[in-house]
Write a protein that binds this ligand. Structure first.
Ligand SMILES: Nc1nc2c(c(=O)[nH]1)N[C@H]1C(S)=C(S)[C@@H](COP(=O)(O)OP(=O)(O)OC[C@H]3O[C@@H](n4cnc5c(=O)[nH]c(N)nc54)[C@H](O)[C@@H]3O)O[C@H]1N2
Ligand SMILES: Nc1nc2c(c(=O)[nH]1)N[C@H]1C(S)=C(S)[C@@H](COP(=O)(O)OP(=O)(O)OC[C@H]3O[C@@H](n4cnc5c(=O)[nH]c(N)nc54)[C@H](O)[C@@H]3O)O[C@H]1N2
Ligand SMILES: [Mo]
Length: 663
């Protein structure tokens, strides 16, 4: 429990019971004062116990859950789903021609893609498009250091080339897509020569890519990637990439883009009470402040409504808009926050704003396994048992070959920690004991919840929940316990979406042209608009992963830090540019953007374009609890501007320009 000021680093150790009482008092007080349960926000990131955290949000009765997708892949999901009705995988095991643009599977590890990519290396041409040379570049056959923000120009030009040279799959297009003629018309001005200037990729290379893509189809993919929090118009890039795959018929076939499927897990049917004091989410609707979250160059020509997010996920929300709404106290005050397995201080761009938001709250409880920067600014930090010390429920790894996994403890908890499940159970019961907390619900509702749901939810251990989850598959639980994972079929199954009604779009076809978008006032087809470019003396700042670290959360681990080989991060600056500016590797520079500045060591390298700089996420930390990395290196969150894509609500992390000066 915090004893000093927020962020001062003064703490006292309290018992779990004291902590639960403190939390319960705060939640009851704030909800009653505001007559609004949504005054308590719940921020979390994907994890195997996250559903228990969401249960807690439902018990408190808040509508305000905000999750990681809008810092990560919300625009990617939106873009692909607008075409195929789902966010697909790529069959990297069988694909013969793969374009990996803005994705780094050799370092940004995703299972099974990273493994599949390595497996298939001999039979596949891999094209890596990235302004930096990454370890994926090292595995690739070709590397194009594209001018950042111009990928959409490239995709549209490849589409135009394939259409105008009759290299597309006409039969497939006719049977399975809508809007091809409109597409053909809308891309015809994207010429190869224009594209070469725009992207700084040679014209003959663009032609080569287009021809190979068509020739290898259906075993070719423009890889959907993962993180798409790049630019504010990212949805259109992802839509265009999805369309490229569609016109060559590389959909739901071996070696192409493939829809994900999942094992059917049974859920707990929990009927949460109906509350009168539960206002709708704070990030839905029209806000004049959204204008400030969109760069000028996007305000007119991309066809975006600038005062709300067109397709906001009801459970994920939009972090940048959410934070802005809290700071503006609009449409009502949010006064408390629970944070689970998330570190918004480092993961939401514009760190100064996040700190301002946290400082303005009356109550913050963070549940983490380490003293993160967000935990450091909290009032109460609940230490969760780590994944090696707890049972985690069954979890779907959806994909071409979906499997179910779970976790069991391999050691007793080393410290006095609890899993999220136990934390949720304890808080649920403490809240139930507070009569004044349930004034806005009926006796019957409450009784139904208490007797029918809460008991069942909280009285059985996670292991028996897994049993229930697997109940749709006789013998499934036993198999899961024995093998550690469970799959329905051993081989991938292709072509399921060719059955009638299986494509989950409005028309039941692949939607090249989106009437749905048009109805919302959005451009129904992807169109290129030029991004602002760095002014002379400025650089574009981009972010990216490293194989040894997970986001901003493992840098303090001494063994991983040792494997990284440095004790702090360095800023990549093109070697020629560094020379011109009198900078050498090891010099310190001040990196400055519109929203913040940081000091960091230089790495002069050929591995990055001249107009771009980059440094690794997760350093420059504020928490004194992270003893190995406290104040070492620089934080990227501190300098990235908080722009938002107003279609999906995703953050746009690559729209920031910086200056770099020797210190
Ligand atoms: N500046 C910048 N911002 C970014 C990114 C970037 O590269 N640069 N990347 C973006 C992307 S793609 C994403 S997905 C988001 C991710 O950002 P977040 O969703 O905030 O996730 P992490 O940064 O991984 O923080 C996870 C926290 O959970 C804790 N943790 C780990 N395991 C457990 C556990 O078992 N239980 C509990 N309770 N806690 C645990 C860790 O200690 C850490 O504090 O960040 C986005 N934001
Ligand atoms: N080891 C490790 N693995 C991880 C993670 C981790 O933290 N550590 N995080 C996981 C998560 S949550 C995610 S979302 C994924 C992220 O996985 P990816 O999305 O594959 O990887 P990133 O490193 O975020 O970014 C990809 C690359 O885009 C490049 N880039 C920047 N701007 C542009 C541009 O305009 N055009 C093109 N073509 N390229 C550009 C960057 O230089 C970077 O190398 O990784 C996952 N795997
Ligand atoms: Mo992510």
């Amino acid at each position: 429990m915090r004893v000093g000021e927020r962020g001062e680093g003064k703490w006292k150790k309290v018992s779990w019971d004291e902590a639960f009482d403190y939390i319960t008092d705060k939640v009851v007080k704030l909800v009653r004062e505001e007559k609004n349960r949504s005054t308590i926000a719940f921020a979390s990131t994907e994890g195997m116990q996250e559903e228990f955290f969401v249960d807690l949000a439902n018990i408190v009765g808040s509508q305000n859950t905000v999750r990681h997708p809008t810092l990560c892949l919300a625009s990617n999901i939106q873009g692909y789903a607008s075409v195929y009705g789902t966010f697909p995988d790529a069959d990297l095991v069988n694909a013969k021609f793969v374009i990996m643009a803005g994705a780094n599977r050799a370092e940004a590890i995703i299972t099974p893609d990273t493994i599949d990519m390595a497996k298939n290396k001999r039979n596949q041409t891999l094209v890596c498009i990235d302004p930096r040379a990454t370890k994926t570049t090292a595995m690739a056959d070709k590397w194009y250091p594209i001018k950042p923000g111009t990928d959409l120009a490239l995709v549209l030009t490849i589409i135009n080339y394939i259409i105008s040279n009759n290299l597309y799959d006409a039969e497939f297009v006719k049977e399975w897509t809508v809007g091809f003629d409109e597409l053909k018309e809308s891309v015809k001005h994207y010429s190869v020569d224009w594209c070469a200037k725009e992207t700084e990729i040679e014209a003959k290379e663009i032609v080569w890519m287009a021809e190979e893509f068509a020739k290898n189809a259906p075993e070719s993919v423009w890889y959907p990637g993962r993180r798409s929090s790049f630019f504010v118009n990212d949805v259109y890039l992802r839509r265009a990439a999805a369309i490229l795959n569609a016109i060559v018929g590389a959909w739901d076939k071996k070696g192409g883009l493939v829809p994900k499927s999942a094992v059917k897990l049974a859920k707990h049917e929990v009927l949460f009470p109906y509350f009168d004091w539960s206002e709708p989410r704070i990030d839905v609707g029209k806000f004049c402040f959204i204008d400030g979250l969109v760069p000028d160059h996007e305000k007119t020509d991309a066809g975006l409504p600038s005062d709300s997010c067109a397709y906001l996920s009801e459970k994920d929300g939009s972090w940048p808009v959410f934070r802005e709404a809290i700071l503006n106290k609009e449409p009502y005050p949010v006064r408390g926050m629970f944070v689970y397995k998330q570190n918004p201080v480092e993961s939401v761009p514009n760190r100064a704003k996040t700190l301002e938001m946290l400082k303005g709250l009356d109550f913050i409880c963070t549940i983490d396994v380490a003293m993160s920067d967000t935990a450091f600014y909290s009032d109460i930090v609940l230490p969760e048992s780590t994944y090696l010390e707890r049972w985690d429920p069954a979890h779907n790894l959806s994909g071409l070959q979906p499997i179910v996994v779970f976790r069991q403890p391999v050691i007793e908890p080393l410290h006095d920690t609890k899993p999220m499940f136990d934390i949720m159970c304890k808080l649920a019961h403490k809240l139930m004991d507070r009569k004044e907390f349930w004034e806005d619900t009926s006796e019957e509702d409450l009784e139904l919840f208490r007797e029918g749901c809460l008991e069942r939810l909280t009285s059985n251990p996670v292991k028996s929940f897994i049993h229930h989850q697997m109940s749709k598959y006789p013998g499934g639980y036993e198999k899961l316990m024995e093998d550690g994972c469970f799959a329905i079929h051993d081989e991938p199954v292709f072509g399921q979406t060719y059955k009638k009604g299986r494509l989950k779009t409005r028309t039941g076809k692949i939607e090249i042209f989106s009437q749905r978008y048009l109805d919302k006032g959005l451009n129904p087809l992807p169109a290129y608009s030029k991004h602002e470019e760095p002014k002379s003396g400025e650089f574009r700042f981009v972010v990216g992963r490293h194989g040894q670290f997970t986001h901003a959360n493992t840098q303090n681990n001494m063994w991983l830090l040792e494997a990284y080989g440095e004790t702090e991060n360095s800023i990549w600056i093109n070697a020629k540019v560094a020379r011109e500016r009198g900078l050498r590797t090891g010099d310190y520079v001040k990196v400055k953007s519109e929203v913040g500045e940081q000091t960091i060591k230089v790495l002069a390298t050929e591995f990055i374009r001249e107009d771009v700089v980059y440094y690794l996420h997760g350093f420059g930390r504020l928490s004194q609890g992270l003893t190995n990395i406290y104040k070492k290196g620089a934080s990227d969150a501190a300098i990235i501007k908080d722009y938002v894509d107003t279609i999906s609500g995703n953050a746009a992390l690559h729209e920031t320009f910086v200056t770099v000066e020797k210190v």
